[in-house]
Design a binder for this molecule. Sequence first.
Ligand code: IPM
Ligand code: MG
Length: 367
Amino acid sequence: MSKQFNLLMLAGDGIGPEVMAEVSRFIDWLSSNREISFDVDEALVGGCSIDADGVPVTDATMEKAMAADAVLLGAVGGPKWADVEFAIRPEAGLLRLRKDMELFANLRPAICFEALTDASSLKPEVVGGLDIMIVRELTGGVYFGEPRGITDLPNGQRRGVNTQVYDTEEIRRVARVAFDLAKKRGNKVHSSEKCNVMESGLLWREEVQWVHDNEFADVELEHILADNCAMQLVRWPKQFDVIVTDNLFGDMLSDEAAMLTGSLGMLPSASLGAADAGGKSKALYEPVHGSAPDIAGQGIANPIATLLSFGMALRYSFDCPEEADQLDKAVETVLAEGLRTADIAKDGETAVSTQEMGRAIVEAMAG
Ligand code: IPM
Ligand code: MG
C-alpha cells in the first residue's frame, strides 16, 4: 500500500536552501522508487521571513506547521539580521515553532561513522564506534522562563535577567522519552544538571529519579553534573548511552558531542511533542548545525546532517524504518568510498560539492 505524507519544508537562511535541495532530490527518488510520496509545501522562516513579512515566522506558516505530518527545517540566522530587534530576530522563529508545537523532546544522536573516525579532533580509539543519544528538553528552562529582559536600574546601570525554571511534569515527560529510548539501546541513562548550584537542578535530579523508580527501574540511571558531563564527553564518550538534560545544557553538550563525530555537518535532530490519541506526535526535524553564513551560496556545505534529519522523520513520523536504515547505510557507503565535503575532508583530500554528495547518497540508495 502506498504511503502519502504532508511535509512542510522550511529551508531558512544561509546554507539552509542548499542542503534542503538535496532532501528534495532524495524525496523525488523515494517517490519514483518506493511506495512513499510526499505532499510537500514550502514556507519561510528566520531572516528570509523577516525580509519578506517583517517577522521570523508568520501565523500562516505556524498554521501549516501545526497541520503537517512533519516539518523539516534547514537553518536560520546570519549577520544580515544582526541588528533586528531582539524579539523578532531570526532565531525567534525557530523558538516559536518549538514552543507553539510543544516539541519538548529534542533527540540529538551523535554517531561516529567508521570512515570518519580520524576526522574527529579526538583520538580514533576514543570516538570509534561512538553512538550516543542526547535528549534535550526543548520548550522550557532558561530559553523561555519568566521574568526575562533588560531593565534600567536607578543607579544608571542596566540589568539582564533570564529565569531557569522547570515544573515536575516538564521534567518527567522528557525523562520518560529518554528512558524509553534507552530501553531500545544500551539501557542506560545519564541525567545531567547542576544540582550543586541550582534548585531547578535539584528538582530535575529528584524528578528523573522518581520516573526511574516508579516507571523504569529496569533501566540503569546515573546522575552527572553538567560540567563533569562536558568533561567526560571528551575524556571517554563511550561510557554514555542516553543523556537527558535541560534546554541550555543540552544546547551546549550536543554541540560538544557533535564534534566527537568529526563535524557539525553530520548531526541530525528530531524534536517531538506528546503523542495524540492516535499515537501521532507533532515533529520538527533539523540539522544541529547553523546557517554557516561564511560558506553560504558556495555549494560546498555538507548536506548529510539535513538528509539524516529527514531520515529521522522517516523513522519517527512516517513509519518507514527500512528506508531510514537504507539512508543511513547509503551515507556510510559514500563515506567509506572516500567522498568528503570540505568540512570533513583532511588536508590534501579533494572535497566534493553539496550536490555531488547529495547525488552520491541517492545513487547509493539505488544500490
Ligand atoms: C540549536 C541552536 C538554537 C538553540 C539557536 C539557533 C536558537 O543553537 O538548535 O542548538 O540555541 O537552541
Ligand atoms: Mg545549539
